[in-house]
Design a binder for this molecule. Structure first.
Ligand SMILES: Nc1ncnc2c1ncn2[C@@H]1O[C@H](COP(=O)(O)OP(=O)(O)OP(=O)(O)O)[C@@H](O)[C@H]1O
Length: 359
């Protein structure tokens, strides 16, 4: 297979667990592997890395890593693997750690250079420090930088932030966003955190019990009312938007998306023109047959009902609606859905109670 992208057909069985996936992933951007503990995320990464023997096929941007006749050993797979616990060389400075991977990569294969990763990950003031004098977040940034200096063709990240406290996570996320926007290699990113996925991912693969249950672009996949996570309490869509206006008197800002605008609290005081990702929980979206301006909810949007799914919990229905090109989910009681006579194609009004910028 010479096409760009990753094709991973992987099967493996342990005593009480079987992983069986057939995935086609984009050749760049961040793909998040998301799912409950034990669903097989790490096992899949290990199979891709060649750390776990498995049956199957693996092609990465035109190169065969595994097929019926070939199976590259781990050291011949041009990838970098970042884990939750870093292991920098304690006797080397940050600079020494960075140079380690770089010097071991043949000059002709070097496509990522020290100054680039130092800039992307904000390391210039740390170069002379030993690892013991770095914070957890700084150590993780150095580990990512060191991994990138081997000029990998694929970056695997297995819960890279889970050992960090909330403040360090918040500090490191902008650097990961820079990597996402700067690197031209695919990143497969395992996370339990819906917030991290919402902020970083371009694509998402949702797994359950060793199988893929939904996959695709982040926005479209999160907006599918039948995907298992949409039927859970925190179902939410992510909407890319641009801050267009700020209302200083009422401490609000207007975010424009493909299909309309939403007002939200101006807590981050983002400049107009800033690109943001909005998170809108299904439980904060209600549906009316006509716009009613005599109530407290300010965000009213004309929308069309696309499809509906009954939840596992009796009595609740998740509805997907579209405003312009953008999908929203609404969680309402099944009785409301019945009383409103909702059906696909119907024109309604969305009432959005709360909108957050993903942090
Ligand atoms: N070498 C092994 N031998 C037997 N069972 C294994 C082995 N490796 C993993 N498993 C089992 O496979 C299942 C999937 O594990 P895996 O670590 O891939 O899940 P995960 O989704 O990454 O979980 P978490 O989010 O908690 O890290 C688990 O039930 C685990 O116990």
């Amino acid at each position: 297979m010479n096409e760009p992208g990753i094709l991973a057909r992987v099967a493996i069985g342990f005593d009480r667990f079987r992983l069986d996936v057939d995935l086609q992933l984009p050749g760049n951007g961040v793909t998040a592997l998301f799912g409950h503990s034990g669903c097989g995320k790490t096992t899949l990464l290990r199979c891709i890395a060649g750390l776990q023997e498995c049956a199957g096929h693996l092609y990465v941007n035109g190169d065969v890593w595994q097929d019926g006749t070939t199976c590259l050993p781990v050291h011949q797979r041009p990838l970098a693997y970042v884990f939750q616990e870093t292991s920098l060389f304690p006797h080397l400075s940050v600079n020494g750690n960075l140079n380690f991977g770089y010097r071991r990569t043949p000059a002709a294969q070097r496509r990522i250079h020290p100054q680039q990763v130092i800039d992307w990950l904000g390391l210039s003031h740390l170069l002379d420090r030993r690892p013991e004098r770095l914070s957890g977040g700084e150590r993780q940034r150095v580990a990512i930088a060191r991994a990138l200096l081997t000029s990998p063709r694929l970056l695997l990240m297995d819960e890279p932030l889970s050992a960090l406290d909330q403040a360090s996570k918040r500090d490191i996320l902008p650097y990961l966003e820079t990597l996402r926007d700067s690197l031209d290699i695919p990143i497969i990113y395992v996370s339990h955190s819906a917030a991290e996925v919402a902020r970083l991912a371009d694509n998402i693969v949702m797994m359950d019990q060793g199988r893929v249950v939904a996959e695709g672009g982040l926005q479209e996949t999160l907006a599918r009312p039948d995907q298992p996570f949409a039927l859970e309490h925190d179902a939410a869509v992510i909407v890319p938007a641009i801050i267009r206006e700020r209302d200083l008197q009422w401490h609000l800002c207007r975010a424009e998306f493909e299909g309309g605008s939403l007002w939200l609290r101006d807590d981050r005081q983002s400049e107009t023109g800033t690109r943001v990702r909005l998170q809108i929980l299904a439980r904060d979206v209600s549906i009316a047959l006509a716009a009613n301006h005599e109530q407290s909810i300010q965000n009213l949007l004309p929308a069309r009902v696309m499809d509906m799914a009954a939840e596992h919990r009796p009595g609740m229905t998740t509805v997907r609606l579209q405003a312009g090109k953008t999908s929203f989910l609404s969680r309402i009681t099944s009785r409301s859905a019945h009383q409103l006579g909702l059906s696909p194609g119907m024109e309604v009004c969305l009432q959005i109670k709360s909108v957050a910028i993903v942090e």
